[in-house]
Design a protein around this ligand. Structure first.
Ligand code: SAM
Length: 283
């Protein structure tokens, strides 16, 4: 198939694979202090945001990722009131978190203010909760933020980061996870995006090791489809020392007070199942 300027293509050289989305138009292109931010209008996936040439968000499939980054952790914690989001500049994780009536404060610490300003313009739906009185948007380095956080100040920390390179690399480190553990209260849970089970299984293993070395006794990786991310298959890894991560508030999920399009009780249950190769790698 011939690819030309009407296709956005992201190649994963090491994997010998790529994804292409047919585009109508490129509507924004800027180099911020931290990264290149581009916005396209696609034929079938709505608006697309890329950072440094990598897909971050499309209108069509972002709900899967953002719901899985937020609801499993929030429905595992017995009473999540104070939530910290690291990264997440498109603000969709924030929107999901604020659907929980227990949440009194949701702080988002995004390194690059431009990502949020561009998202506000091109993804207004994702940013619909930015003015919620419980939301606080900060533009700072999440690693430094957590290092300075008061002990026990959050119930859930969500690491909605870019890939583990550049400023996001430290968000996958034992030192950072130790700071997260200190910043979490009783029953606290940290959850981070942990890349593709198929392409990045070694990274998932290193995340498990780093979390355990940092002092988390319970570590659980959830997997879910994400067709515009490398391999089309993605993961989120949770860690905690409170109630077992294998359990969650199933009745509260089933009551459907939190509206979702992907996440539900059966999805949460199924996402915990580790594929055989990953189970063996993580054992
Ligand atoms: N859903 C996306 C994915 O998994 O591909 C992640 C999207 S979100 C836009 C990632 C954000 O993390 C980016 O906007 C980036 O600026 C931010 N980020 C990277 N390193 C960071 C750090 N150290 N502190 C705070 N935010 C950071």
């Amino acid at each position: 198939m011939a690819l030309d300027h009407t296709w956005y293509t992201e190649q994963w050289a090491e994997q010998g694979a790529a994804i292409s989305l047919k585009i109508r138009d490129k509507v924004h292109d800027e180099q911020s202090t931290y990264q290149r931010i581009e916005i396209y209008e696609t034929e079938t996936f709505g608006t697309l945001m890329t950072l440094d040439g990598l897909v971050m968000v499309t209108d069509r499939d972002n709900f899967i990722y953002h719901e899985m980054m937020s609801h499993p952790a929030l429905f595992t914690h017995p009473n999540p009131r104070r939530v910290l989001i690291i990264g997440g500049g498109d603000c969709s994780t924030l929107r999901e978190v604020l659907k929980h009536s227990t949440v009194e404060l949701a702080e988002q610490v995004e390194l690059d203010e431009r990502v949020t300003r561009v998202a506000e313009k091109f993804f207004p739906d994702l940013c619909a909760s930015n003015d919620d009185p419980r939301a606080r948007l900060h533009f700072a380095d999440g690693i430094e933020w957590v290092a300075r956080a008061a002990p026990g100040s959050y119930d859930v920390i969500i690491i909605d980061s870019t890939d583990p390179v550049g400023p996001a690399a430290g968000l996958f480190s034992e030192t950072f996870y130790r700071d997260c553990l200190r910043a979490l209260g009783k029953d606290g849970i940290v959850v981070g995006q942990s890349e593709s089970p198929l392409f990045h299984a070694e990274l998932i293993r290193s995340v498990h090791r780093a979390l355990r070395s940092a002092g988390f006794r319970d570590v659980l990786t959830l997997n879910f489809p994400q067709c515009t991310y490398p391999s089309g298959w993605w993961s989120a890894t949770l860690a905690g020392n409170g109630r077992p991560l294998a359990t969650f508030r199933e009745d509260d999920v089933a009551a459907k007070r939190v509206s979702t399009r992907y996440y539900n009780r059966a999805i949460h249950t199924a996402a915990r199942a580790a594929p055989q190769f990953l189970d063996e790698l993580l054992r």
